[in-house]
Design a protein around this ligand. Structure first.
Ligand SMILES: *[C@@H]1O[C@H](CO)[C@@H](O)[C@H](O)[C@H]1NC(C)=O
Ligand SMILES: *[C@@H]1O[C@H](CO)[C@@H](O)[C@H](O)[C@H]1NC(C)=O
Ligand SMILES: *[C@@H]1O[C@H](CO)[C@@H](O)[C@H](O)[C@H]1NC(C)=O
Length: 149
């Protein structure tokens, strides 16, 4: 039985109904293979993210090592400067991944990106890492987004 961050199950269900398409991302050093990144909804890049809304994140990957833990680290890169971005739950093992992570298995990491109304309207790059026991990136991807009212 997988544990999914509850708020997003609904979003993901909606996304699935609307036929979520994987977005093209830039890989920034994933050790995992076969990565699929779904931002829901994000029909085209840059993802236009409206203030006050939550966006679903579904990352499918094939592990290439084992790990007891998995910890998400998210940054917003603005004019080349990475700014730490607090997400509601940084424990990957509580976001769809059944831990311990075993070698050569397929996993879905399910989380969300809350866009607060006080955020400025800017274009930036979201960098999302999931780190293993040793601090290596299980996955690392970057996607351009535009925060809009
Ligand atoms: C996440 O994406 C994968 C691959 O596209 C899909 O098979 C899976 O059902 C999705 N999971 C959820 C909870 O939407
Ligand atoms: C795989 O995980 C083990 C245990 O954490 C670690 O010692 C090893 O360096 C890892 N191998 C790779 C290729 O990352
Ligand atoms: C990884 O898993 C796949 C599918 O279960 C299997 O075909 C393959 O041989 C495995 N590879 C390794 C290196 O264990």
């Amino acid at each position: 039985m997988q544990v999914v961050c509850p708020v997003f199950a609904v979003l993901l269900a909606l996304g699935a109904l609307c036929g979520a398409e994987p977005v093209k991302f830039k890989d920034c050093g994933s050790t995992a293979g076969k990565i699929i990144v779904d931002i829901i909804p994000c029909p085209s890049l840059p993802c236009v993210l409206h203030k006050g809304q939550n966006y679903g994140v579904n990352v499918t990957f094939a592990s290439t090592n084992s790990s007891q833990t998995s910890t998400a680290v998210v940054h917003g890169i603005l004019a080349g400067i990475p700014i730490p971005f607090k997400i509601p739950n940084d424990d990957g093992c509580k976001c769809g991944i059944q831990c311990p992570i075993r070698d050569n298995q397929s996993y879905h990491y399910i989380n969300s990106l809350p866009i607060k109304s006080e955020y400025p309207s800017v274009k930036l790059v979201v960098k999302w890492e999931l780190k293993d026991d040793n601090g290596n990136d299980i996955f690392c991807w970057m996607i351009p987004v535009e925060i809009s009212s």
